[in-house]
Design a protein around this ligand. Structure first.
Ligand SMILES: Cc1ncc(COP(=O)(O)O)c(C=O)c1O
Length: 379
C-alpha cells in the first residue's frame, strides 16, 4: 500500500505531518537528546549557546538570543526597546494573535494597518497616515513565509525615528533582496513551534539583532532582568530555551535550506496542478523575494464550502486566520473593530492553506488538487 493509499483509507491527509521529518533524522535527534539527558545541564547550557551561534552564522547577523517561544521573542524585543504603557505600535491585523498580544502585554496599543492583496503582508503605503506622536515602533509580519516589503517599511521607520521589529515566526530562511527576513529591523523575532519551518519538539523562540546593547538587554530580560546571579537590573521574564530543544534545533538547522527548497518545489507543483482552475488563485512570489512557503495559501470565493467538503474527504486544510485581530473580543477595548481594513477583512473570507511540508509527495498533492477540482465542479 502506498503512503497515499494508507492515508486515504484512514481519511487522514493532514495539513502538516511532523512524524515524517522525525523518522528521517531519528537517530541524530535521539542521540542529541540522550547526550543532554546524561549531561545534567538542562537550562542555558552549551547547546543553547552553540545554537545561538549557529543561527547567528546562518542569518549573517551579529547576535542571536534564544528564548522560550516566538511570542516572548516579540515581547522581549519590545521590552528591550523600551516600548511601554500608552505607546503605539503599528502592525497588521492579518496575523496570528500573538503579534498584537505581545504589544498589549507591554502596555502599548496596537494600531492596525491593512495588507496588500498579492502577498498578504503589510501595505507600506498605508503606514505613514497612522503615525502619531505616540508611535514608537512598527511590527511587520512576514506571513506564510513570504517576506513583506521590508525595505520600504524600514525606510519609513528610519524617516520617522521608529523602531522596527520583524515578526519572522513563519519566515526563517525567507529573503528580501538577498538578505534574510529578520536582519532588516532593530530585532527579528522567530518561533520554533513544532510546525514552523524550523520547529523543535515543544516551544522555542529567538531574537536576532545587530545591536550589542539590545542583545545584552534581551539576554538579561529573558532571565528575570539579571546580568548576574541574584542581581536584577530590570523587571524581566523567565523565558529561556531549554537544552533539549536547543540540541534538537542544532540538528534540524543543518537541514533547513534543504527543507525550504523542498517546500518551494512542492509549491511549484501545486501551481502547475492549479494552472487551469480559474476559481483558485495561487500564491504570488513577488520580485526580489525568496518565499519559503511555510504555508501554501490559495484564495477562492468558495472558501467555506471547499473547506467543509475537503474536511469531509479527510483532507486537512486551515484558515490562517479566520477572524482578523482587530475583530477579536480580546481587543474590543481598543474600539478598532470599526477601523477600515478592507483587504484584511475580504481575504479572511477567501484564504485557505493546503497541506504543505517538505516530505509531502506529488501523489498526495495530486490527490488534494483532484479533490478540490471535483468539489468545485460538482457544486
Ligand atoms: C506570525 C506569528 N507570530 C508570532 C507567533 C508566536 O510564536 P509562538 O507560538 O512560538 O509563541 C506565531 C506562532 O504561531 C506566528 O505565526
Amino acid at each position: 500500500m502506498t503512503r497515499l493509499e494508507s492515508l486515504q483509507t484512514r481519511r487522514k491527509i493532514q495539513i502538516v505531518d511532523l512524524t515524517l521529518q522525525y523518522q528521517n533524522i531519528k537517530d541524530e535527534i535521539e542521540s542529541a537528546v540522550r547526550e543532554v539527558l546524561s549531561s545534567g545541564y538542562y537550562i542555558l547550557g552549551k547547546n543553547v549557546e552553540s545554537f545561538e551561534n549557529e543561527l547567528r552564522d546562518y542569518l549573517g547577523c551579529r547576535y542571536v538570543v534564544s528564548c522560550a517561544n516566538g511570542t516572548d521573542a516579540i515581547v522581549l524585543s519590545l521590552m528591550a526597546l523600551g516600548i511601554k504603557q500608552d505607546d503605539e505600535v503599528i502592525t497588521v491585523s492579518h496575523s496570528f494573535f500573538a503579534t498584537s498580544e505581545a504589544i498589549s502585554l507591554v502596555g502599548a496599543k496596537p494600531v492596525f494597518v491593512d495588507i496588500q492583496e498579492e502577498d498578504f503582508n503589510i501595505d507600506p503605503k498605508q503606514i505613514e497616515p497612522l503615525i502619531t506622536k505616540k508611535t514608537k515602533a512598527i511590527i511587520p509580519v512576514h506571513l506564510y513565509g513570504h517576506p513583506c516589503e521590508i525595505q520600504s517599511v524600514k525606510e519609513i521607520a528610519v524617516t520617522h525615528g521608529l523602531y522596527l521589529i520583524e515578526d519572522c515566526a513563519q519566515a526563517l530562511g525567507a529573503k528580501y533582496n538577498n538578505h534574510f527576513a529578520g536582519t532588516f529591523g532593530d530585532t527579528g523575532a522567530f518561533s520554533f513551534f513544532p510546525t514552523k519551518n524550523l520547529g523543535c519538539f515543544g516551544d522555542g523562540g529567538a531574537i536576532c539583532t545587530n545591536d550589542k546593547n539590545i542583545a545584552q538587554k534581551i539576554k538579561e530580560l529573558r532571565i528575570h532582568g539579571s546580568p548576574e546571579r541574584y542581581v536584577h537590573s530590570y523587571i524581566g521574564l523567565n523565558s529561556r530555551l531549554d537544552e533539549i530543544q536547543a540540541a534538537i534545533l542544532r540538528v534540524k538547522l543543518k537541514y533547513l535550506n534543504k527543507w525550504n527548497n523542498l517546500r518551494q518545489e512542492a509549491a511549484k507543483y501545486y501551481d502547475e496542478l492549479f494552472k487551469d482552475m480559474e476559481e483558485i488563485q495561487t500564491p504570488v512570489v513577488k520580485p526580489n523575494c525568496n518565499h519559503i512557503f511555510h504555508q501554501y495559501t490559495i484564495r477562492t470565493k468558495k472558501r467555506d464550502y471547499l473547506y467543509e467538503k475537503l474536511k469531509e474527504q479527510g483532507i486537512g486544510t486551515s484558515i490562517y486566520y479566520p477572524i482578523p485581530i482587530h475583530k477579536q473580543k480580546a481587543f474590543s477595548y481598543l474600539k478598532s473593530d470599526n477601523v477600515s481594513l478592507p483587504v484584511t477583512e475580504r481575504l479572511a473570507g477567501e484564504i485557505l492553506s493546503l497541506p504543505m511540508y517538505p516530505e509531502i509527495t506529488r501523489e498526495i498533492q495530486e490527490y488534494v488538487v483532484e479533490n478540490i477540482r471535483d468539489i468545485l465542479d460538482t457544486q
